[in-house]
Design a protein around this ligand. Sequence first.
Ligand code: SAT
Ligand code: MN
Length: 625
Amino acid sequence: KLKDNCYACAPDYTGSVLYGNLNDLPEKVKCFIQDKAKQCQPEYIHICDGTEKERDLLLYLLQKDGTIKPLNKYENCWLARTDPDDVARVESKTFICTTNKTDTIPNTKDDVVSTLGNWMSPSDMDCLLESRFPGCMKGRTMFVIPFSMGPIGSKFSKIGIQLTDSAYVVVSMRIMSRIGTSVLESLGNDDFIKCLHSVGKPVTSVQKADRWPCNPKQTVIAHYPERHEICSFGSGYGGNSLLGKKCMALRIGSILARKERWFAEHMLIMGIENPAGVKKYFAAAFPSACGKTNLAMMEPSLPGYKVTCVGDDIAWMRFDENGQLRAINPEAGFFGVAPGTSKKTNPNAMKTIEKNTIFTNVASTDDGGFYWQGLDKTNQDNIQITSWMGIKNWQHGSGTDPAHPNSRFCAPANQCPNIDENWESSEGVSIEAIIFGGRRPEGLPLVFESFDWTHGVFLGASLKSETTAAAEYKGKLVVHDPFAMRPFFGYNFGHYLKHWLSFQANRKLNCPKIFHVNWFRKGPEGFLWPGFGENIRVLDWIFRRVQGEDCHVMSPVGYIPRPGSLNMAGLKQEVDMNALFELPVQFWRAEVDELEHYFNSQVGSDLPDKIKQELNQLKQRIYNM
Ligand code: SAT
Ligand code: MN
């Protein structure tokens, strides 16, 4: 039933509120909606309450218009197939818009193209958006999603209001964050992060609803830190459209974090309990599609150890009154990469996604199941597979992928069998180690420890990884991804480094130890380390280092395990420890020279002296090798 009368205060707006009541909303929220509705001209407005009933209604509508189809083998599971041109984040079209360019990207020589963020002036971006948003929701419903990143009411948490014309976004945001009426109650008349999203495809009277509406040519994702505003146009894909995630929790989040002296990081949070019953929490930063979800949900191969998952992608961390670093996972779900996920590699993920999950761009089987590369083979040979591109009767060895390499599952965190008992704690969990890692086929040892916090910050700054399918890149190339945040920095990376470094000076703070791991080193026969559940052997060493055990020796790059100190008990396969920890001189000379070039050209005059000193010290150690 339509409630037309709610729009009395916006006389030049003709849409009607289909669901919810505008007059129940806080004044600031109401103004925001009116303002944007006037611009985007949706046919209807739907104010999300976050209930299951609402979810079911939206799933029904999405199914009816062909955006999703049920995967009947499981309970309440759905498959969405996107436009093949809308499958990943688009970094080249993602901008931070600040008055001063140097607030966003480092101060470098004029001819250097920054790889540490895209900047545009707010007025130029306003012009660009002015050619996109007016009338963009014609014929569509504008959904209003009040959402909280972090448990509602926690002092860590931040509230946003996302307006979107995609019901897929609503049902996904409902999984990935806390949404609905309770968020509005917690917000009151406070300020919030204003988020506007449109798929950029108005529906004209003759047109039927598209299967996956989007507008790839016009896609732009804009962040206005000074106005606490995010505007995303043209893409329905998660990383571009679920604005609470990368846009708010990382880009805007990192800006708020610097101002309020905390951290918003691209990190998983995991708990580890050793056989003696001692439990510690670690945070770990790896670039997109490098195994954060697998690590956080790991089933440890060493007997007596227990791993629990607090989060798999984003950590918000701050020091408490006692100087202890504490972290929350601002999200409420997992938006994980599907290919490669199997009972063998990640049994907990497989159990998590059995129900209430939205899959995007995976393949389906004709008995209502999902399928992707790396999944345990279907046991019946006569089951037909339909690829993510809709190719029926997809065959192994056909030369095409069944699922898109960046295809995703979107599942509620509370369904994860190893979810940590404190995962929703409003005080957060205490973090005792920070781990950086990337895909490094060459040169980087399995694990090493920084000499101190400043050296650890240098390790984060020096992080590199092989590219993956999470963004628009083609081919494998080792690229810089400092702190695994390169696509997600909300502000000048030089200032970000200063922020991190500033904590060392404060003696009241208990700065955790910082480590670097590399599960991906290769030898002539492929990966040197078995990975997955065996990674507990490395985490166990880190755990013991955090406890102060003397199980380390000095190396030019950091402390490495004393020979024999990694627990290898019961490891079934042969592992070449020498190859895993070797530091090839030629490789490292080239590495430090390249790092120096990178810092000079990309961070320029914003590079903190302390990082320069760390680099020089590393260089000396390497050249003395
Ligand atoms: O595509 S997302 O940004 O949502 C996930 C990722 O790349 O880490
Ligand atoms: Mn991520």
